[in-house]
Design a protein around this ligand. Structure first.
Ligand SMILES: NC(=O)c1ccc[n+]([C@@H]2O[C@H](COP(=O)([O-])OP(=O)(O)OC[C@H]3O[C@@H](n4cnc5c(N)ncnc54)[C@H](O)[C@@H]3O)[C@@H](O)[C@H]2O)c1
Length: 303
């Protein structure tokens, strides 16, 4: 993919507009199309974003579902968000219908298009989007636990006094309550994280709880989360457009667990190019098996 890629964002609410703004700052795509079923929402967001156009070479405009279906990358944020105390999985009934409508309205799809699912529950919706779109699985994936992993690295950076991007640690599995921290293979500079005294002294259950519940806390305080996911999605779009092949934990089909959830993958211009086969402890694998069986049983109702 070359500079000049067109990115459509479906759903121009808080998350969609924040992603558009982050992409505008990055200047890596020629055009961003915002699409929403509420015309006033798109018009307002486009007008507001146009005030920031002077800092960017990227143009933002409203677009139709049909135009979005011909773009290079489509980011799907359309959907209900969690209310205070509501889990992500509880959104499935409402957001399945929206996803079905969105993908149906974009067809026929550009055969090389990349669909990046952000709406929740992101793992289940990604599996459904793979089926509804009929696209190769590598072209349809979700933002998954990339945001949770960023939250974890931020936490560990403050514990260790080391830069976040030097800490190779992942939250894996569901972007939701059953997610796990893969402590077993996390490392800094080749040294196992579990060998650092600061990490040995950490209450790891408390850290896992803090990371998994951070979204609940933000929603309780201000009603929604959007800046973190906008940062994540804009770097994922950059990785695709510039074919950077970074390793990111994203929602994709994992054969070993026969479900869609997050494992570290290589991301490039074709979408997901490789799933990294990480070696997890038996305890971590058991937790992921449990999580997979719940996610699979929910998916089975829709596909
Ligand atoms: N994956 C993540 O890490 C992550 C992080 C934050 C939020 N989210 C999810 O993103 C989604 C959006 O959150 P938000 O805060 O922007 O919500 P929001 O209510 O601000 O925006 C949702 C937008 O979707 C639009 N919409 C609804 N049905 C549509 C359709 N059929 N076609 C086009 N647009 C449609 C609405 O009009 C609205 O503008 C939620 O599902 C939320 O849970 C995911």
């Amino acid at each position: 993919m070359v500079n000049g890629s067109r990115v459509a964002i479906i759903g121009a609410g808080s998350v969609g507009a924040s992603i558009a703004f982050a992409l505008l700052l990055q200047k890596i795509s020629s055009e961003i199309l915002l699409v929403d079923i509420v015309a006033e929402t798109v018009e307002g967001q486009v007008l507001d974003l146009s005030d920031a156009n002077f800092i960017s070479s990227t143009q933002v405009r409203s677009g139709s579902f049909q135009e979005a279906g011909q773009c290079d990358i489509v980011v799907i944020t359309a959907g209900a968000k969690q209310k205070s105390g509501e889990s992500r999985v509880e959104l499935i009934e409402r957001n399945y219908k929206i996803l079905d409508y969105v993908i149906g309205s974009m067809k026929p799809l550009n055969p090389n298009i990349i669909l990046l699912i952000v709406a929740n529950p992101v793992d289940i919706l990604t599996r459904i989007a793979q089926k509804l779109s009929g696209l190769p699985e590598n072209q349809v994936f979700g933002s998954g636990t990339f945001l949770d992993s960023a939250r974890l690295r931020l936490k560990l950076a403050s514990v260790l006094g080391i830069a976040e991007n030097a800490i190779h640690s992942y939250v894996l599995g569901e972007h939701g309550d059953s997610q796990i921290i893969a402590w077993s293979f996390a490392h800094v500079g080749g040294k196992r994280l579990l060998d650092f005294p600061e990490v040995q002294n950490l209450d790891k259950e408390a850290v896992a709880k803090e990371i998994a519940s951070k979204a609940y806390k933000i929603i309780e305080l201000k009603g929604a989360t959007y800046f973190g996911i906008a940062g994540c999605v804009s770097t994922l779009v950059q990785c695709i457009v510039l074919n950077q092949k970074h390793v990111r934990p994203l929602s994709t089909y994992i054969k070993e667990y026969d479900c869609v959830f997050s494992m570290p993958v290589v991301l490039g211009s074709q979408g997901i190019e490789k799933v990294i086969d990480v070696s997890l402890s038996e305890e971590e694998k058991n937790k992921l098996r449990c999580s997979a069986s719940t996610l699979k049983s929910i998916c089975a109702k829709y596909i």
